[in-house]
Design a protein around this ligand. Structure first.
Ligand code: MG
Length: 364
């Protein structure tokens, strides 16, 4: 059994075919030209119960509602998932509406001619839409299962060394944050979100109870480049190893100024969704955070990885709150990454799938 198989299904459907790794079926090669008829595609909402309440500006959530998509053809089922950025107003109902518009394209497209699908999808529906990611993931899982090969192998990637993932510590009172750091003992790197209020204090609170590397995500919160540089220099001296999206997306020149002076890498998140964004921002950042829910799936994310390599940008693979389906899909691109931020399914109590295995801070 290969360690990086995409997804093994349990629970939801009772279907137990695995994505490949077995090389004993050469006598039955896949005919990629002759796939029978249109695919059958179905979907369902699913409530992912969280271990800890998730506090956002509009209130506290105890669960996340994601949508699973099933792509069936030739007796094989691929699974995809849509997770939602609630702060951007996304939800499961919107995903279902979007699926209604996009499913006909996926139903009729020959499965092995997937390369141009993201472009066609973006013509129908521009912008970051989680339904795109769910369909793409389901198709790519189907392909992995059809050819009996994990996708990272299909993409020609060397699994290489296992990179440790960061684990996010939610913003809270100092005492609760310290408690969360203790509970995060299995994780080797911590990530915290700063809001431009008491930033150094928050880092100091975390630093007072751990010497683990810290990554900070500003979510566009800093608008004064001189002040931002002072904060970054202070943070670098306090064991912060990278800064994610320090300034608003449109402040590209100021971000480039900051990048040229920062002692630690500056990584784009909100500024980069799809491959065309990578070229646009490449001079202003040291790296990019690629998330399947932003890119619209694995095919576009793979293109982004290649483009980032060509442009000399480092790669972070990130996620939303997601089950093992989307996390295992993202793990397929791990060989490209310098940094991993894949903790989405570790926040979930009732993950209905099994996929990549988490062990000693990294994904197998
Ligand atoms: Mg971010």
């Amino acid at each position: 059994m290969d360690r990086k198989q995409f997804i093994s299904l349990t629970g939801l459907t009772g279907f137990s075919t695995l994505a490949g790794g077995l090389f004993n079926r050469c006598s039955n090669p896949v005919d990629i030209e002759n796939q029978n008829g249109p695919a059958r595609i179905r979907f369902e909402k699913y409530k992912l119960d969280l271990w800890h309440d998730w506090t956002i500006t509009r209130g506290t959530a105890t669960y996340k509602e994601n949508v699973f998509v099933y792509y069936e053809r030739d007796g094989i089922t691929g699974v995809g998932e849509a997770g939602h950025m609630t702060a951007a107003g996304q939800d499961a109902d919107q995903t279902i509406l979007a699926l209604g518009k996009l499913i006909p394209l996926y139903k009729e497209s020959p499965p092995f001619q997937y390369f141009d699908l993201p472009e066609k999808v973006n013509q129908i529906m521009p912008g970051p839409v989680p339904a795109k990611a769910a369909l793409d993931m389901a198709l790519m899982d189907w392909i992995g299962k059809k050819i009996n090969l994990p996708l990272y192998k299909y993409f020609g990637l060397n699994p290489g060394s296992n990179i440790k993932t960061s684990f996010s510590i939610g913003r809270d009172t100092p005492e609760i944050m310290k408690q969360k750091v203790k509970e995060a003992a299995p994780y080797h790197i911590l990530k915290i979100k700063l809001t431009n209020q008491n930033d150094e204090e928050v880092v100091q609170t975390i630093r007072s109870v751990t010497d683990k590397p810290i990554r900070v995500d500003i979510n566009e919160g800093w608008t004064d480049k001189e002040e931002a540089l002072r904060k970054i220099e202070w943070m670098a001296q306090n064991g912060v190893e990278l800064i994610e999206q320090p300034m608003p997306v449109q402040m590209l020149d100021e971000t480039a100024w900051l990048k040229d002076r920062s002692p630690i890498p500056i990584v784009a998140d909100e500024a980069v969704h799809i491959s065309s964004d990578v070229v646009h921002i490449s001079e202003a950042y040291d790296g990019i955070n690629i998330k399947l829910m932003k890119s619209g799936g694995l095919v576009e994310a793979y293109k982004m990885c290649i483009l980032a390599r060509v442009l000399g940008l480092d790669i972070m693979i990130g996620c939303m709150t997601e089950s093992s389906v989307a996390i295992s899909a993202a793990v397929q691109l791990q060989p490209f990454a310098r940094w991993l931020d894949l903790d989405g399914n570790l926040l979930v109590r009732n993950d209905p799938f099994h996929g990549a295995e988490f062990e000693d801070g990294h994904w197998n």
